[in-house]
Ligand binder design. Structure first.
Ligand SMILES: *[C@@H]1O[C@H](CO)[C@@H](O)[C@H](O)[C@H]1NC(C)=O
Ligand SMILES: *[C@@H]1O[C@H](CO)[C@@H](O)[C@H](O)[C@H]1NC(C)=O
Ligand SMILES: *[C@@H]1O[C@H](CO)[C@@H](O)[C@H](O)[C@H]1NC(C)=O
Ligand SMILES: *[C@@H]1O[C@H](CO)[C@@H](O)[C@H](O)[C@H]1NC(C)=O
Length: 160
């Protein structure tokens, strides 16, 4: 009985992932290996459903798992890929800047521009992070802001 229930639950979970649970990153899958300067597939499942609408989402790669929102000069370091939109009704009927199907990991060894010097990193766990603005029919003060992050392995051949 328990086994049957477990299989049923597992099937439900995989179905949810196949359809892309709102607010999750489908690609890169957790612990995907990404080389410096390497291209990786990107796919984020926006909050869009009956009575849910997504406005936009910003994508970063950051060096730490985001845990604190306390004021700080530096939470983490990383890189901003861009702010994208996905088609959904009624917030964004015609996306102006849809997310590309893949993103290019910076090579953090190289100077990052300005005084940004660059620094070597190898076999590091980084996080592809999304901050999404969405809203629903319940009513909120301003927009809801969701955060999702998947770990990726930077500059190693394997994740284990
Ligand atoms: C990335 O996406 C392309 C196009 O959908 C696909 O052919 C390729 O297999 C994907 N790569 C990975 C590593 O999932
Ligand atoms: C990345 O996406 C672009 C389309 O934006 C496509 O032309 C290119 O082949 C893709 N590269 C890889 C390595 O999947
Ligand atoms: C990366 O680090 C992990 C955990 O420290 C280790 O098990 C693994 O062997 C390392 N891989 C490489 C390619 O250095
Ligand atoms: C780590 O990055 C350096 C610089 O791009 C590269 O030469 C090296 O092959 C990379 N190592 C791995 C294991 O990806």
């Amino acid at each position: 009985m328990f086994a049957v229930l477990s299989i049923f639950l597992l099937a439900l979970v995989s179905l949810a992932f196949a359809q892309g649970t709102p607010g999750t990153i489908s690609e890169p899958a957790p612990y995907t290996v990404v080389a410096p300067g390497g291209v990786f597939n990107f796919s984020y499942n926006v909050h869009a459903d009956y009575c849910k609408s997504s406005y936009a989402f910003a994508v970063y790669v950051v060096t730490e798992s985001p845990v604190s929102m306390s004021p700080a000069d530096q939470f983490m370091s990383g890189y901003y890929f861009g702010r994208y939109e996905a088609e959904n009704y009624p917030a964004v009927p015609y996306p102006q800047n849809p997310a590309p199907p893949n993103l290019t990991m910076p090579n953090f060894d190289l100077p990052q521009g300005g005084f940004g010097g660059g620094n070597e990193a190898s076999n590091s766990t980084f996080w592809v992070m999304v901050l999404e603005e969405w809203d629903d029919c319940e009513g909120t003060i301003g927009r809801k802001i969701a955060m999702a992050a998947n770990p990726v392995i930077y500059n190693a051949t394997t994740s284990s």
